[in-house]
Write a protein that binds this ligand. Sequence first.
Ligand code: NAD
Ligand code: UDX
Length: 489
Amino acid sequence: PQRMKKVCCIGAGYVGGPTSAVMATKNPDVSVTVVDYNKDRIEAWKTNELPIYEPDLLDVVQHARDPVAKRIPNLFFSTDVEGAIAEADIILLSVNTPTKSMGHGAGQASELCHLESAVRRIGEVATSDKIIVEKSTVPCKAAETVRDILNATAKPGLNFEILSNPEFLAEGTAVRNLLHPDRILIGSLNTPRGLAAARSLADLYASWVDRSRIITINLYSSELAKLAANALLAQRISSVNALSAMCESLGADIDEVSHCVGLDQRIGPKMLKASVGFGGSCFRKDILSLAYIAESLHLPQVADYWRSIVGINEYQKERFTRRIVKCLYSSLSSKRLAVLGFAYKKDTGDTRETSAITVVNNLINEGANVRVYDPLVEEDRVWEEVLASSDRRETVKQRLSVWPSAYEACADADAVIILTEWDEFSNKISGPGDARGRGGDRTKRVLDWSRVAGLMQKPMYVFDGRNVLDAAPLEKMGFRVESIGKGVV
Ligand code: NAD
Ligand code: UDX
């Protein structure tokens, strides 16, 4: 197949930006242009203050974007969506596909309006054959929708091949995941043109991914495999979280249970960490989409099965809040609670679907004053997220505050509540006095728990929603540590 020379990526978000940067770095002969109609986002990608935080991302972006030594830049960011489409041989669709908020399937189905508008633009602008790649996570058979829109809008005589190439990166480890993927899926039609298009895309990945990891399959298997992967990963977390509730009553320790089951090679150790509940823009949305598809296939039992994973996740957040209320003598009225961590996981500033939104709102509704600190999340994001999901906005404005350090958040607090597993909060990783934290990197600070003890009200409760604490040394300092899935024998 023909070597692709010009790639256009539509959507400069968490997937489009890092994926394009790695592809450009590893294919110096290929020009990669990332386009988005969000002007601020595009401008930020051109600076060293990238619009998203990912470890090592700036190095990769700079390598391909900025002229150095003999290397000619081959990574570009632009709002000229039409221009980039017109020039491209291959177009990666990396637009957002959130859960529908209104109309038929609201709260369940994936919203494809952004995908549709991007595809319409391709149809209107294209004057040459193109390979169109679904990088966004889409419902099964979305490729047929894409084909239908192109057939209706494009100039006659042009050929479009549609591929499914779902992205499996996780935030916080995006660059590592992109450089060393477990697998690259490329789904195509089983026609000579479809297979040739798949080979063209495979060649771009083969610049840095071993061919044995590049899997070419049926278009619809590829679409379904992405939803299936996320559902199975989330299912492991909900299974462990369901067991954590049992551990708390039984006097068992969920970390020990997870460790033991994970030693079975058929199960494996990853994605078995009990928590206050999974968050992020993908798991909930993709499971609900899978359930909605099952429902539309007249498989209500299958739909219920998948939805129960989300159900346990909601239950875990509520259960965590109830435990806080119970320990604090069944009333949070006017109590000061320090919330450490607001991002949905460490090493990202992303707050989409973070469990902290639910927990903070629950605490405020119980009458608490909630003082939030997160090393990376902007203050405005905390306010927007909490206000957007509250039906008591005036109360939120009175009772929520956001602080630039953990110590300020913990001042006079009745309890500390850890909602993100930032290394900073853990006393397992390294103690105070560690050299990290110098040089101004906010993600490398270390919390001095003895200093926290000096700031708090008594009794000093710590609710560890991420099991990042070794309770024994903290208990020696006088803390009462309540962890997920750890019962009192
Ligand atoms: P995002 O919201 O960060 O980025 C999407 C970008 O697309 C936005 O900047 C938006 O302005 C832009 N956009 C939307 N419609 C457009 C149009 N018609 N023309 C030009 N630009 C347009 O989303 P994301 O987190 O990068 O996710 C993108 C897709 O990848 C989703 O389908 C998601 O499910 C999937 N995915 C995400 C992750 C993740 O970790 N975030 C991982 C794997 C897959
Ligand atoms: C997920 C998938 O892992 C990734 O493959 C897909 O492409 C996008 O969705 P992401 O949401 O970025 O990635 O992060 P992930 O590491 O999967 O964590 C999701 C949520 O689950 C986080 O809130 C995390 O804290 C939580 N989690 C993860 C647990 O509670 N326990 C675990 O063992 C792992």
